[in-house]
Design a protein around this ligand. Structure first.
Ligand code: MD3
Ligand code: FE
Length: 222
């Protein structure tokens, strides 16, 4: 199956669809800036290459990851954490591109969170078969700030459950350009991504890229 550059709706103003309490999907919100975003994604990946992290349990993650911004999320045998330095290169993460910061703030504002300034952006790259098991994002210090996620490339089935792992999970498809803002009571929901189906995207080929913007906020120095 092939995925077109344009969706069927073609509206100028993307629809804001509530997913759950505090969670809002902005369908196609990132499409108007896709070229700039993709150029910046490629520049970050060129500076800090994608890699398959190892979980504390010793398993290689099927999703390849890298980061930009002051802090980056990493995992190894010692655990999960945010680090100012890319352990792979022994250097700080690439700066957050202006296009990323702008998009994250605009999307958060659209969902009712004013003044969102992310200090971390995790870049996830899915190839067919790659998945993300059900988990919570709780390594950030500031749970008052939302998480903004941007989907690019092939579509994926996204699972979101409740505050307990056993809560029944709902599902929604996230497609190229969709942005989701997770705040308030939804911030700590369990969530995951089903194995990516084969496909070919007009701009990204056989992959899905997801950007998640966070306020990881290690230490708040004035
Ligand atoms: C709901 N990424 O990087 S984005 C992650 O598509 C992550 O790559 C997924 O989960 C992906 O941690 C999902 C949507 C998302 C991101 C963070 C959330 C949903 C969330 C945090 C809390 C609740
Ligand atoms: Fe997550």
């Amino acid at each position: 199956m092939t995925f077109d550059l344009f969706d069927a709706r073609g509206d100028a103003e993307p629809a804001a669809e509530p997913l759950a309490d505090g969670a809002m999907v902005l369908r196609g919100f990132a499409r108007p800036m896709q070229e700039e975003l993709l150029a910046d994604v490629r520049a970050v990946i060129a500076a800090a290459p994608l890699r398959h992290l190892i979980t504390p349990g010793g398993l290689r993650m099927s999703v390849a990851m890298t980061n930009c911004g002051a802090l980056g999320w990493v995992s190894d045998r010692r655990g999960y954490r945010y680090d100012r330095v890319d352990p792979e290169r022994g250097a700080p993460w690439p700066a957050m591109p202006a296009s990323f910061t702008r998009l994250a703030a605009q999307a958060a504002s659209r969902a009712g969170f004013e003044g969102f300034v992310p200090d971390a952006c995790l870049i996830n790259r899915y190839e067919p078969g790659a998945k993300l098991s059900l988990h919570q994002d709780r390594d950030e210090h500031d749970h008052g700030a939302p998480i903004v996620s941007v989907s690019l490339g092939l579509p994926a089935v996204f699972l979101f459950g409740g505050l307990n792992r056993a809560d029944k999970a709902m599902r929604t498809q996230l497609r190229h350009g969709d942005v989701v803002v997770w705040g308030g009571p939804s911030r700590l929901r369990f969530h995951g991504v089903l194995p990516l189906a084969e496909g070919e995207h007009a701009l990204l080929g056989k992959q899905r890229i997801n950007l998640t913007f966070r306020r990881a906020g290690l230490i708040h120095t004035p």
